[in-house]
Write a protein that binds this ligand. Structure first.
Ligand SMILES: O=C(O)CCC(=O)C(=O)O
Length: 288
C-alpha cells in the first residue's frame, strides 16, 4: 500500500494522511512509515484518538522505549513510558514542573549517553491559539556549511547540560532543575553526528550546550551561537500548529525542536510523549 503523504515544509516533515492507529497495522505498512520517517525526519499523524496503551504500543515499533528515569518528576504516574509536557497544575494546586519543557532549541536526552532516537508527542489539550512547536533540519544545516567550517567543527564535542532553561524561566521549578542535573551529569556529544540509519552527517548542538570540551565558555560561545543561529534560520524550519489528537514523531538524530510558549498560560496545554532510545553516544565530562 502506498501511503498518502503531504509535505509539511520545504525543509522537513510529512503528514501521513491515511493512517488510523486504532486499526491493526501490518509490518509492511509500518516499514513504509519508517521509510517516510527516515526521509522526512518529522511525521505528522492527525486525528489519532487513541489510548495511552496504543500510543505506547505504536511507539515501540520504532524501538525500545525510555522509561524517563532521567526526568522522574515529569513521568506519567501510571505509565513510565509517557513523559508529561503540561501546564495542568498538580493535584495539590502547585504549578506543573513540566510547564516550561522544551522552551529552547534542543534534541531529546542529548544530556545522557543514550540520546533519543525519536519522540512521539501526542496533543491532548491545547489553547485556542498558539502553543506551536518549531523543528529544524540539522542535516540540511550541516550540508549548507562551508568546507572550512565543516573541517573546523569535525572533531569538536559540545557539553550538554541537563535542566538548562532560558533566563526568564530560571525561577520556576528550581528543585526539578537541581534534581535533573544531579541525575544527569554534563555529557559531551560530537557536534557532528553520523545518522546510524541514513549514514548522513548532521549538526548536533542546541541551547543546552554552553561550551566545547577542552575550551572555555568565552571561547566557545561565538561558534555555538553561530551554529545554532545558522541551523534555526527559517529555511531549515517547520512550524507545527497543533490540533487535538495530533501525534508528531521526530527523529532526534537529525533535528532540533523548541516549544514556543506563544499562548495564554492560563489556558490548558497538555501533551504526552514517548521517547525511543537511541544508540550510545557521548561521554561524561568530569567537573564541567
Ligand atoms: O511541547 C512541545 O511542543 C515540545 C515538547 C518538547 O520539547 C519535548 O518533549 O522535548
Amino acid at each position: 500500500m502506498a501511503l498518502k503523504l503531504r509535505r509539511l515544509s520545504n525543509a522537513l516533515g510529512a503528514e501521513i494522511c491515511d493512517i488510523d492507529l486504532n486499526k491493526p497495522m501490518s509490518e509492511s505498512t509500518f516499514g513504509e512509515i519508517h521509510r517516510v520517517f527516515l526521509d522526512h525526519a518529522i511525521l505528522l499523524l492527525r486525528g489519532q484518538n487513541i489510548s495511552r496503551e496504543q500510543h505506547i504500543e505504536f511507539s515501540r515499533r520504532f524501538g525500545e522505549l525510555d522509561d524517563h528515569k532521567s526526568l522522574p518528576s515529569d513521568r506519567h504516574p501510571d505509565y513510565p513510558e509517557l513523559l508529561l509536557v503540561t501546564n495542568r497544575p498538580n493535584a495539590d494546586g502547585t504549578p506543573s514542573e513540566s510547564r516550561y519543557t522544551g522552551r529552547l532549541w534542543h534534541t531529546d536526552l542529548s544530556y545522557t549517553t543514550h540520546p533519543a532516537l525519536g519522540s512521539l508527542l501526542k496533543c491532548y489539550e491545547l489553547p485556542e491559539v498558539g502553543g506551536d512547536t518549531l523543528f529544524c533540519n540539522m542535516t540540511m544545516a550541516y550540508d549548507a556549511l562551508s568546507g572550512g567550517m565543516k573541517k573546523l567543527i569535525a572533531d569538536l564535542h559540545g557539553i550538554h547540560i541537563s535542566g538548562t532553561r532560558k533566563i526568564n524561566q530560571q525561577d520556576a521549578g528550581e528543585a526539578r532543575r537541581a534534581e535533573v542535573l544531579k541525575l544527569n551529569p554534563p555529557i559531551a556529544q560530537p557536534v557532528v553526528r553520523i545518522h546510524p540509519e541514513t549514514g548522513r552527517k548532521a549538526l548536533y548542538l542546541g541551547e543546552k550546550v554552553k561550551r566545547f570540551d577542552g575550551m572555555t565558555e568565552a571561547e566557545s560561545k561565538p561558534l555555538i551561537d553561530y551554529l545554532n543561529k545558522h541551523a534555526t534560520q527559517p529555511e531549515f524550519v517547520y512550524r507545527h500548529q497543533w490540533r487535538q489528537h495530533d501525534i508528531v514523531v521526530w527523529d532526534n538524530r537529525c533535528t532540533m525542536h523548541q516549544a514556543l510558549g506563544d499562548f495564554d498560560e492560563t489556558r490548558l496545554r497538555h501533551m504526552e510523549r514517548t521517547t525511543v532510545m537511541g544508540t550510545p553516544s557521548g561521554y561524561v565530562v568530569a567537573g564541567a
